[in-house]
Design a protein around this ligand. Structure first.
Ligand code: CU
Length: 260
C-alpha cells in the first residue's frame, strides 16, 4: 500500500487501507531487550502483523512457518510455545522464553505468506529481535540466515539493545547471505496510534541502503523502532493458477530508551 502497483489505482488502495502511507510490519516484541541479573529470567514475546505506528488495523497472522531463537551456534525452534491471541478478530501470538545463561538471544520468525489483494501480492516479513541477557553483550552482530533458514535478514552494525533515543542505528541488508544495495528500508515507530504524525507520509520513514547494503537512521524518540527492508522474493506463489509476486521484507526491531 505504500506503492501504487501497475493496474491498481489509488482508489482501490484506499478501500483496503484507510491511509495510503501506512506500512505493515512483521513484529516480534520481547518484554525486555536487556535482561539483568536481578530481572525475571522469563521474557514474554509478542508476534503480530500490523501497522505499528497507527496501532492497526490489525492484520491476520497465521501460525508462523518458523519461530525460534539462535544462541551462539545453537538454533532452537519455539513454534510449540506459541499461543494464539485474537486482537480485533485477528490472530496474534504470544510466547514465553526462559533465559538460562548469559548470551545474546536472537529471536526470529518466518511468517506464512499473507495475501494482500490491495497490492496484488503476497507479503512475507521475516522478522528478528535480539535480547541481551546477564551481561553477555556478544553475538548480536552474527548473521543467522543460514542456520535459521531465513531468506533475508538485517544484520545490525549498531549493538541492537540498550540504545538511547537520538542514537544512530546502522544495519546491513542481506538476501541469500549477500548484501542488497539500493534497497528501500521502511522505518516505523511502534506508536500504537498514540503518536501523532504531521502528515500521512510521516508515518513510515524511508532510507535506502548504499551499494553494499548498509543503511542508517537516527531514532528521535524512546520506544520500539522497526526497520523493514523491502525486496522481492525469488519465487512467485500461485493463487488461482496465477503467479503472484511476493514482497519479502527483512525486519528488525530495536528499543530506544530515554536518556535522563
Ligand atoms: Cu496492511
Amino acid at each position: 500500500m505504500k506503492k501504487v502497483t501497475a493496474g491498481f489505482g489509488l482508489g482501490v488502495l484506499l478501500i483496503f487501507c484507510a491511509t495510503v502511507s501506512m506500512a505493515h510490519f512483521g513484529m516480534i516484541i520481547p518484554s525486555n531487550d536487556v535482561v539483568g541479573k536481578d530481572d525475571k529470567k522469563e521474557i514474554g514475546l509478542l508476534l503480530q502483523f500490523t501497522h505499528p505506528f497507527e496501532g492497526g488495523p490489525q492484520m491476520q497472522m497465521d501460525k508462523p512457518e518458523k519461530f525460534g531463537v539462535v544462541v551462539g551456534d545453537k538454533v532452537t525452534s519455539l513454534l510449540d510455545s506459541l499461543k494464539e491471541k485474537k486482537v480485533d478478530g485477528k490472530s496474534t501470538w504470544e510466547s514465553t522464553y526462559r533465559i538460562t545463561k548469559p548470551a545474546d538471544y536472537i529471536f526470529y520468525m518466518v511468517p506464512k505468506p499473507y495475501w494482500e489483494p490491495a497490492e496484488d501480492k503476497f507479503i512475507v516479513h521475516v522478522t528478528k529481535v535480539i535480547v541481551d541477557a546477564l551481561g553477555a553483550e556478544e553475538g548480536w552482530d552474527k548473521p543467522i540466515a543460514k542456520e535459521a533458514g531465513l531468506p533475508a535478514e538485517i544484520v545490525p552494525l549498531t549493538r541492537p539493545y540498550s540504545l538511547y533515543a537520538g542514537n544512530i542505528f546502522t544495519g546491513r541488508v542481506l538476501k541469500d547471505s549477500k548484501p542488497v544495495g539500493d534497497c528501500e528500508v521502511e522505518v516505523e515507530f511502534w506508536g500504537k496510534g498514540k503518536t501523532k504524525a504531521p502528515t500521512d507520509s510521516h508515518v513510515a520513514q524511508v532510507v535506502k541502503t548504499n551499494e553494499v547494503g548498509y543503511f542508517s537512521f537516527v531514532m528521535p524518540k524512546a520506544g520500539w523502532w522497526g526497520f523493514s527492508a523491502i525486496m522481492e522474493a525469488d519465487n512467485p506463489i500461485k493463487l488461482e493458477n496465477k503467479d503472484k509476486k511476493v514482497e519479502l521484507g527483512a525486519v528488525l526491531w530495536v528499543h530506544a530508551y530515554p536518556m535522563e
